[in-house]
Design a protein around this ligand. Sequence first.
Ligand code: KIV
Ligand code: ZN
Length: 455
Amino acid sequence: MTSGRVTVFDTTLRDGEQSPGCSMNQQEKLRLAHQLDRLGVDVIEAGFPIASDGDFESVKAIASVVRRPIIAGLARACRPDIERAWEALRYAERPRIHVFLATSDIHLKYKLRITREECVAQAGEAIRFAKSLCEDVEFSPEDATRTEPEFLCRVLQAVVEEGATTLNIPDTVGYTVPAEFGELITTIRQRVKGIEKVTISAHCHNDLGMAVANALAAVASGARQVECTINGIGERAGNASLEEIVMAMRVRPDQYPFETGIVGEQIFAASQMLSEITGVPVQPNKAIIGRNAFAHEAGIHQDGVLKNPLTYEIMTPQSVGVPDSKLVLGKHSGRHALSIRCEQLGYQFDRRGLDDIYRRFVRLADKIKHVEDHHLLELIRDTHKPSGSATPLIEPIVPAKAAVVNAPPPAPEPEPEPVKAFPVGPHTNAFGVPLPVHSDSHHEQTQQEDYLWGV
Ligand code: KIV
Ligand code: ZN
């Protein structure tokens, strides 16, 4: 029995992209947006359209092709921002304009240089204008957790009256703690009239390492949207991590009896894809998706896990899409195992695409015993450049940022690598059974590939 559905608002492409070293180009953002769609997020915050032409084009491209989730674009509480956001979002199936304005005295005085009265008026006007363009409008009082609660409620009241549909409460500087944040959500629910018609959202930063705990406290107090990022990336110490929030609810429904639309098995692929695109590795001990999250080193632990995984595992690796470690990739591995591992890492290829990877994989496996995920990711990156002949079923793959930045001038194209000799003659299948003779060599090749698919 659950207490309701929590909307997962992913801001990896906006707040996440603001973290040092995590900027992405349009093609990379599109790839990730498709993976976020597969992951089942409800809202993708695709960017901040007024920030740059690149951001604008990315939001527009995502809004045009990713049709299931709501696509949000950020705007300051002023006309040019809101107009620009709408221009980028208008092609979305389900657009959302996300307007923010700081409300804490420290921000009003030093950053915005406006009075509280002006702040209330500006927030109200911005929402009225955004509503004239788009039905779905979210408002964020930036630095809400350092805003006097009474004033915060006044601003929220003004935007609810103008038709805001989501009130997002940001802990912009990662300052709050769970009990306090939970209380703040309760206060808002008690004091803002008409609050029952809107969704309350939590947006927590991790400066004190409490972003996930704070977001969960908000949900326990009545918030029904969480804003989060893959791998917890984001400004400074990052945002609340999507995978941690979702899995806390799955593993502890006794404490957090809420549902989300997240497809757990896609979590690892999303994490890997983000890390591969940005070149920013995931810390090994990162909860849920770190390399060590399911590794057992101590003898006593290994013994326990072998007898029954429940002794030391509170969730299965499979439930978050972590590849089955029993599936070791080496020179004896076939295409089937290779394609499964590629899918687990977020890549689906057609046969020809897989062929290219497989040839190089076999050569590598000949040299090193075990082909680890990072080897495979490198191989995929190298093999399927956007202009390559292979056609991945998902968007083309481009080299990770770090590799591009440090790359030497382009080397001449290497000689094509020799293809591993499969045990197949020109007119026999993988088992030596003669194939029907065809004059069309392309047809012949396709047939061979069909047989090889199961190898
Ligand atoms: O942290 C923050 O306050 C934000 C807002 C723009 C929602 O990212
Ligand atoms: Zn933020």
